[in-house]
Design a protein around this ligand. Sequence first.
Ligand code: NAP
Length: 427
Amino acid sequence: MKRVRIGLLGCGTVGGGLVELVRRNRGVVADRTGVELEVRRVLVRDPAKPRPVDRALVTTDPAAVLEDPEIDIVVELIGGIEPARTFVTRAIEGRKNVVTANKALLAASGGDLFRRAAERRVRIGFEASVCGGIPILRAIAAGLVGNRISALVGIVNGTCNLILTKMSEEKCSFAAALAEAQRLGFAEADPSLDVDGRDAAQKLQILAELAFGAKLDHAEFLVEGIRQVEAEDIRAAAELGYVIKHLAIGRDLGGELELRVHPALLPVVHPLAHVRHEFNSVLLRGDAVDEMIFTGKGAGSLPTASAVLSDIIEISRNGHGHEPSWHLPEAVDKPLAADLESKYYLRFPIRDVPGVIGLIATALGNHGVSISHASATLVEGRPDCGNVKILAHRCLESALRRAIGEISRLPVLAGPAVLLRIFEEGL
Ligand SMILES: NC(=O)c1ccc[n+]([C@@H]2O[C@H](COP(=O)([O-])OP(=O)(O)OC[C@H]3O[C@@H](n4cnc5c(N)ncnc54)[C@H](OP(=O)(O)O)[C@@H]3O)[C@@H](O)[C@H]2O)c1
């Protein structure tokens, strides 16, 4: 039996889950893997907080973990960039293997940390950084290593998915659904990282770096959150046979990559349309396996701890001195596509005057955008105000935006246009 001593940095939601999971499943893990796990030291900020760990193991001194020669693996579950980056760097420099769930750290400094780890011949496990309990990174990097992956699309932010599910099924506003998600503990007091799409963009960066073998920067992706999705659009989408989901999409177009995060209309029959509440799902296409879908809990104490524990075991069995079986790329930049081609849902708030659909259709036609559906509805209790809803055939987004610019100058427009992309293909 191999004994592996864990130094834990952070003992909050995921750290506490890991302590609980090690306690609960230590025996079964040892039987299966020959690795006996021991949590040896736990770094926290506030030593007085109650935690599921022996108080004697708790410390506020980082050196007690990072410089303990008995510790084999440092598990970083603090979150954010600093001091997590400093602690992880110190662990690597001290030739300790590292496991982290920190997508923000990896998106910002993954390349540098993996270079240092390779120099010191130590490993970084990061399965838990994307989609919590779903073993998607290991699937891409190991299980599907014999494939060229051409595309992936995922629901990778559980908070957005829960809010959109509630808006769709309980017919409530974004604000009401967000408040409910916060009450249930699925959204932070400051939800901007989630609802503005940046969390999903960081995860897409890590997924796409592994899938497409390119060093990427999520700051260059097209990123939109879900604040602008209104109950009116969810209702209209449902009437047209769609559901609105927040998607992370990556495609290898040959010479360039398309990377984007935004809400989109999905046909109700699409497999991702059935992923509800806080669940995550990633659909990808490999040239050998064709389409594959992975679904499960993308966050939470025990699901995320499950991914952390799998990294600890993998590193324990193939640890020091071995080449890492997979890691994030340091270089190989691929250009991102400058324009996007898609089908679109458009909504134009209007003052109800005769011929308004014709005016909008003409402006779209002026820019080569053709229409597959057009309808007008009145706003309840406001007989002079309405909405024109359009489905546009596949077109370049740059052309569509020029058309919207022209339409916005029409005197009949009563508010800003809403543009949502339609995701039709399996992938
Ligand atoms: N929560 C999830 O469902 C989930 C899912 C996937 C990935 N992740 C990732 O997992 C990581 C941890 O998330 P979490 O939700 O477990 O966070 P959390 O509940 O806020 O826990 C953070 C822990 O780090 C400790 N800490 C914070 N700053 C510190 C400092 N300067 N020095 C020492 N300790 C410090 C805190 O100590 P105190 O307890 O004393 O405050 C706390 O124990 C993040 O990178 C997150 O993105 C989380």
